[in-house]
Ligand binder design. Structure first.
Ligand code: F6R
Ligand code: MG
Ligand code: MG
Length: 365
């Protein structure tokens, strides 16, 4: 039998604005998943949070897109929402677009990253969870992990990686997808991946079709037709023997690259890797955060996790991210700190333009 790892995430309310998911909500989710484990829907689970987002990391043998598993997560988020309303938490239920489960969680608000695979004799799996950013934030690090030999030594020196990988890329504007091969088509791939707000990596495979990575790509803002919350992403990545080593999977996050999100989902800022405990985006509602959890998957149970960025080796990265945050903030309302207008989640521009319409004067050619 195959094992499935499912990460479903949602922001259903937080403390002190869009800051931190309340412990009571996390406990409610843990209780709900413990019950599902008793009922044999799940084999195992781990609940964490990054900022105001709760991440349900679940293992089972029911495959991807399983109705029972998705309903379990949806019901957990619903129960947590009830508590959030009682405590008058900020943004209570913000990512749930409906209060009844319709058989498939897609389009209902929560983000989903899943992968089904046949367990190897030993199967290290790394889960990343972000806050105050978007799925395209994973484009750069995932490219480095699976296609850049300056990051992943194994692409050059390990015969089991030397063939490269296949990237499934979603065009989130046009709702279409394409598969590109690396290294053969890496320039075409990069031409797409550089547009992080539009083209996002959904999945990565070995050339033999084995799943290597999976990202949540729901764009909440587009899905609901209007902005209802940030689509803060999660990702699952397999490591070792035939995949990049755990250290190669972690290495790109030592560079705090600029991502879209931060204040009002409308600013570029550095992606700061932290421990679970420090995943508190406070300064200017940020800067954007990522946590990393290292598991061993054993007979569909989760051994671990190791809190991957709870490591002094990432202190320089965090200091650098804080310096970049200072630098970016100094731009105030100017690009490229503020996102270009079509990428902003909040904008007053149409109103301002309407107001000024009469005062604009045509100029001679
Ligand atoms: C960004 C985020 C926050 C909010 C900001 C304003 O993803 O969640 O920066 O956008 O705190 O929130 P509202 O409009 O709810 O007052
Ligand atoms: Mg929120
Ligand atoms: Mg969030």
């Amino acid at each position: 039998t195959k094992t499935t790892v499912s990460v479903l995430k949602a922001d259903v309310g937080s403390v002190s604005g869009h800051g931190v998911a309340h412990e009571a909500l996390i406990q409610i989710c843990k209780d709900a998943l413990a019950k599902a484990k008793e009922e044999s829907i799940l084999k195992d689970f781990y609940v964490t949070r990054c900022g105001d987002d709760i991440d349900l990391i679940m293992t089972h043998t029911n495959g991807e897109d399983n109705e029972e598993v998705h309903k379990t997560a949806f019901d957990a988020f619903m129960a947590a929402t009830e508590k959030a309303r009682e405590l008058k938490l900020y943004g209570a239920g913000q990512d749930l677009l409906s209060d009844t489960f319709s058989g498939n969680i897609k389009g209902m608000g929560p983000g989903v990253a899943e992968m089904e695979f046949k367990e190897r004799p030993s199967d290290p799996v790394i889960v990343y969870c972000c806050d105050k950013t978007e799925p395209g934030a994973f484009n750069l690090p995932l490219y480095k992990i699976f296609a850049d030999p300056f990051n992943t030594a194994g692409l050059v020196i390990d015969p089991s990686l030397h063939d490269g990988f296949k990237f499934e890329v979603f065009d989130v504007m046009e709702h279409r997808k394409v598969i590109l091969n690396a290294p053969e088509e890496s320039y075409d791939l990069l031409a797409l991946l550089g547009s992080t707000g539009r083209y996002v990596i959904k999945r990565i495979f070995k050339k033999n079709g084995e799943i290597a990575a999976s990202v949540s790509t729901e764009r909440l803002n587009l899905m609901a037709g209007q902005y209802v919350g940030k689509d803060d992403p999660a990702a699952i990545v397999r490591a070792q023997s035939g995949f990049p080593a755990a250290g190669e999977v972690i290495e790109p996050f030592a560079f705090p690259h600029l991502v879209g999100g931060w204040m009002r989902g409308s600013h570029n800022g550095p992606l700061m890797p932290t421990s679970q405990k420090e995943a508190n985006p406070i300064r200017f509602d940020g800067p954007p955060r990522i946590i990393g959890l290292g598991f061993q998957v054993a007979n569909a149970t989760l051994i671990g996790p190791v809190d991957l960025f709870d490591d002094p080796a990432f202190d320089n990265t965090r200091n650098r991210a804080a310096d970049i945050a200072d630098y970016m903030r100094r731009h105030g309302p100017f690009e490229p700190h503020r996102l270009p207008s079509e990428e902003m989640e909040y904008t007053s521009l149409p109103g301002v333009l309407t107001k000024l319409e009469e005062r604009f004067e045509k100029m001679d050619e």
